[in-house]
Design a protein around this ligand. Structure first.
Ligand SMILES: Cc1cc2nc3c(=O)[nH]c(=O)nc-3n(C[C@H](O)[C@H](O)[C@H](O)COP(=O)(O)OP(=O)(O)OC[C@H]3O[C@@H](n4cnc5c(N)ncnc54)[C@H](O)[C@@H]3O)c2cc1C
Length: 420
């Protein structure tokens, strides 16, 4: 029992639940964290490891619908939507398309920017103070362009990010790019170096955080899929996995892409679609890169971690489909080979997929449930859950304990996504 006598159950042992649990425990709450499977085995496990304040802009940009459609027409497109009769998917796509304009893009970008900035600072603090060995590096990320035209065109986005959000990058072309990153092939269009970005090894961060949580008295219960809430006087009193009840004073729902399955209990429609992405993990190639890079036209990312090397990406809207599409895995390797002399390495140690929790406006949901006054939702972090996790955990603690919030929580309200 914490000094204040408050108990909290965090539902979901991904990076979001982990950071909510951490900041709540540090504020003196007595925390239990439950997961339907193994701790840290969801989308937070095999992602690309970027903590990237540069990723301010959402996917909903002017012209995104036609660009996405065109991209999907290509045989080897990294984007795909599996045609199926899913009213929630079609509604999601409709809302997504309605937000592809300058005003909505900037509105979403404001909310993303706040959490991205605060999260980076909080990571730096947490990793230093707790001496967390998660292969954290601050060398930035290269946005690499195949064509010179696309590289030049990106200068408009760069200027927007610089002028509106103070996020800047350094452009490199020709010989200067090869001197910066000799692993790249000759003849590419150019690259923008976002020095503000960082990277780490996500599975190591999670296992290190698990140790810190448990050392501070947090109980972690695996294989506890929450299926029910017991309520009383407008609040939740306990959650159940169908076999036993777990009581607490407060609850956090950090169930990532699975959150819509709790809609009935939460008293609202959480419009999250699973956006499936893949990664391949292997040893560092002999002449591998030293910078993390996003190959912009191919939408593939590579991360040279200290102990591993990862190629990741692709986005499939195929529902909760658990199959591994081998063509998608191959696409990661061929895309990397387009840009790098030594693009991959045997043996492949892990073939992985994860469901990104995608909201149609590109912002997460961090808010109190409309149906239960002591339940908070922290989900829908899209392609940036790792990058926004520390800020989210801190904000949940502030909202729950009635502290002044370090960012405006209005950006992440549930109500913005209802009845649309
Ligand atoms: C290929 C790929 C690359 C990516 N790269 C990056 C990157 O470089 N940087 C970045 O910031 N983001 C990246 N992302 C996105 C990031 O991985 C996600 O946004 C993030 O992991 C979401 O975290 P989460 O904790 O919300 O979800 P999860 O990690 O999925 O955790 C949710 C947990 O809740 C549990 N759960 C669900 N339902 C229940 C229930 N009813 N009861 C109990 N437990 C439940 C699940 O088992 C799961 O463990 C990438 C994603 C992919 C797919």
């Amino acid at each position: 029992m914490s000094p204040s006598g408050e108990t909290v159950v965090v539902i979901g042992g991904g990076i979001i639940g982990t950071m909510c649990g951490w900041y709540l425990q540090q504020a003196g709450q007595s925390v239990t964290l439950v997961d339907s499977g193994a701790f840290g085995a969801g989308c937070s496990h095999g992602n690309c490891g970027y903590v990237s304040p540069s990723h301010v802009l959402p996917l909903t940009r002017p012209g995104a619908v036609s660009t996405t459609f065109k991209a999907m027409m290509g045989r080897n497109s990294p984007l795909s939507i599996k045609p199926r009769l899913s009213p929630s998917l079609w509604k999601w796509l409709w809302n997504f398309s309605r937000h592809c304009n300058q005003a909505d893009m900037l509105e979403a970008a404001n909310g993303r920017h706040l959490l991205l900035q605060s999260s980076k600072q909080l990571y730096q603090q947490l990793i230093t103070e707790q001496e967390i060995d998660c292969e954290w590096e601050e060398r930035g990320i290269l946005f690499v362009f195949d064509s010179a035209e696309e590289f030049e065109e990106y200068s408009h986005t760069h200027d927007l990010l610089k002028e509106t959000f103070g996020v800047t990058a350094t452009p490199y072309t020709g010989q200067s790019l090869l001197e910066l990153e000799p692993a790249l092939k000759e003849g590419l269009g150019g690259a923008w170096h976002y020095e503000c970005d960082c990277h780490l090894r996500p599975d190591k961060l999670l296992s290190e955080m698990r140790k810190r949580l448990e050392a501070n008295g947090v109980e972690i219960i695996e294989h506890f899929p929450v299926t029910d809430f017991r309520t009383e006087n407008g609040g939740a009193r306990a959650v159940s996995d169908g076999k036993r009840w777990l009581e607490a004073d407060r609850f956090v729902v950090a169930t990532g892409s699975m959150t819509p399955f709790l809609n009935t209990h939460l008293g609202c429609k959480i419009p999250i679609q699973p956006g499936k992405g893949y990664s391949l993990t292997m040893p560092q190639p002999t002449h591998g890169p030293s910078y993390p890079m996003i190959f912009e036209e191919h939408r593939v990312a590579i991360t040279p971690m200290q102990s591993k090397y990862r190629i990741g990406s692709t986005m499939e809207f195929a529902g909760y489909d658990t199959s591994i599409n081998r063509k998608r895995l191959q696409l990661l390797r061929t895309s990397a080979a387009h840009y790098l002399h030594d693009p991959d390495c045997e043996p492949i140690e892990e073939e992985w997929f994860g469901w990104r929790p995608m909201t149609w406006d590109g912002k997460p949901i961090i808010d109190r449930s409309p149906a239960m006054n002591n339940v908070w939702v922290a989900a829908g972090h899209n392609m940036l859950g790792l990058s926004m996790a520390t800020g989210t955990g801190k904000l949940v603690r502030e909202m729950m304990l009635g502290e002044p919030t370090h960012v405006d929580p209005g950006h992440y309200s549930i109500s913005r996504l209802q009845s649309k």
